[in-house]
Design a protein around this ligand. Structure first.
Ligand SMILES: [Zn+2]
Ligand SMILES: [Zn+2]
Ligand SMILES: [Zn+2]
Length: 472
């Protein structure tokens, strides 16, 4: 590992630091998982080897549980699935994702030892499990999983102590990394990446992690000095500092003491009232609008989950009417509202409205997020596609370019989404030129006839579904 070294991070225990100067978009390291499994909820819709979402998959004839794209994927996944396959067959049902992941890790460990390559900086035994920090409820779940594991684990496999088994459940619980589908848009499984476990958290991190062609990449978000600690964020910065601290404590067992938490940086923006001509709403008005928005968001999420998209739009518009005059464009509930509204409107093909709200969302995000935040990049992509579809080619092209610049850093040029964006950027640039030369021709040819919009078909079914994740 030429770019990083383990060190004692002050107040945090082990950490990773840069051993040389790094720049935005540098891949600091890439790493394959020790093991990874599909989530229970989606295990019949993704390939258990390459984690692609597919409409038609082939089922393993032995266990009737694992699914694959084709023979090639099945063969590639067989070394990992072989013992699992026999165990599921003998057990008669599929265990939950945690049990499956721990069992796969332990079979691999029994076969290859706890350091799987000379790139691995830490052995699996040395990884943190935080069992001693767990609260009663979590411990109850852990015990249930261990009992489940003991029923499932074959007698013919090597037997382990309860302490060893608990260690791996603990490791998976606090270090498991969510895997996404081929477009990087939907979480479909969970895996263990030992080197990544060494990267500590900061709410305003200098690195990001992305899954690209089956491996994770740790990528630099900006210039990093030699000797500087490398950090990623485990939580969304769109939460208030108090909420981030609560989430980090309950899931990762530490109190965040990062600069942004200590100074409550941007908390004021995230709960701010809207200033019009130098006049601000009163604290009471802001609080009232905040509470109302929060309640409406609960209703909206419920309607969305049950697929009542017209109801979602109705609730959102009702809420926007009350909150937009009072809440700032950086207020996090206002942003959530715009995000949901633009997403659903785009899905229902109300592109003009969707474009407006997606633009407001991006403008708010720009004031809150790190300039190279991946969520900001994805939001700009959504806004770009929606404006393009709405016929607003100038803003659309600008947003696509913005998204492309961010994703070149956070995802890199070989990631499938970046490639899609690159193609969109070329297409929107061409259309923009046509628009600037002759608006009439642009409207006739591009908007009315749809000619030349090679991405029209492509953007519609493939991107809408994946970007907006509505029908998954
Ligand atoms: Zn596959
Ligand atoms: Zn099988
Ligand atoms: Zn923090």
């Amino acid at each position: 590992m030429e770019n990083v070294a383990i060190f004692d991070a002050p107040g945090k225990g082990r950490g990773l630091k840069a051993t040389k100067e790094l720049w935005a978009g540098d891949v600091i390291f890439s790493e394959a998982s020790v093991s990874a499994v599909a989530f229970d909820s989606i295990s019949e819709r993704i390939c258990h080897s390459c984690f692609r979402k597919q409409d038609t998959l082939q089922r393993c004839g032995q266990c009737k549980f694992a699914y694959y794209c084709d023979r090639t994927c099945q063969r590639a996944g067989w070394a990992e699935h072989k013992q699992e396959c026999a165990a599921i067959k003998a057990y008669g049902k599929k265990p939950n994702e945690n049990v499956r992941l721990v069992a796969r890790i332990m079979w691999r460990l029994d076969k290859e030892g706890s350091v799987l390559s000379d790139m691995q900086l830490i052995s699996l035994e040395e990884l943190e499990d935080h069992i001693h920090d767990m609260q009663e409820d979590d411990l109850k779940e852990l015990k249930a999983d261990i009992n489940y594991f003991l029923d499932y684990w074959p007698r013919s496999s090597k037997q382990h102590t309860i302490d060893d088994i608990s260690h791996y459940f603990g490791v998976v619980n606090c270090n498991g990394f969510s895997l996404s589908d081929q477009k990087g848009l939907q979480a479909v499984g969970v895996g263990l990446f030992p080197n990544l476990c060494l990267v500590n958290h900061d709410c305003w991190p200098n690195c990001t992690v992305i899954l690209n062609h089956g491996k994770i990449e740790l990528r630099s978000l900006g210039k990093i000095e030699e000797g500087e600690e490398l950090t990623v964020s485990y939580v969304d910065f769109l939460n208030l500092s108090e909420e981030r601290r609560r989430l980090l404590k309950s899931q990762y067992f530490f109190d965040c003491t990062c600069e942004h938490c200590n100074n409550r940086t941007k908390d004021d923006l995230k709960m701010a009232g809207k200033e019009v001509d130098g006049v601000k709403p009163t604290e009471e008005q802001v609080k009232e609008a905040t509470d109302y928005c929060y309640q409406m968001l609960e209703k909206i999420d419920k309607a969305r989950l049950s697929g009542n998209y017209h109801e979602v739009v109705k609730f959102c518009e009702e809420c926007v009417k009350t909150t937009e005059p009072i809440l700032a464009d950086t207020h996090i509930y206002q942003l959530r509202l715009w995000s949901t509204l633009s997403e659903v409107q785009a899905y229902l093909q109300y592109f003009v409205e969707a474009a407006e709200y997606s633009r407001k969302m991006v403008e708010g995000y720009l004031k809150i997020y790190h300039p190279n935040n991946a969520a900001l990049g994805m939001a700009a992509m959504r806004a770009g596609v929606t404006h393009w579809q709405a016929g607003e080619i100038e803003v659309g092209h600008g947003m696509v370019c913005k998204a492309y610049a961010i994703l070149m850093v956070t995802h890199g040029p070989t990631h499938p989404i970046t490639k899609d964006l690159e193609a969109m950027r070329m297409q929107t640039e061409m259309e923009l030129r046509m628009f600037q030369q002759n608006e009439y021709v642009y409207h006739m040819e591009v908007l009315t006839l749809g000619s030349g919009r090679i991405f029209f078909e492509y953007a519609a079914p493939a991107l809408w579904e994946s970007i907006f994740q509505l029908r998954s």
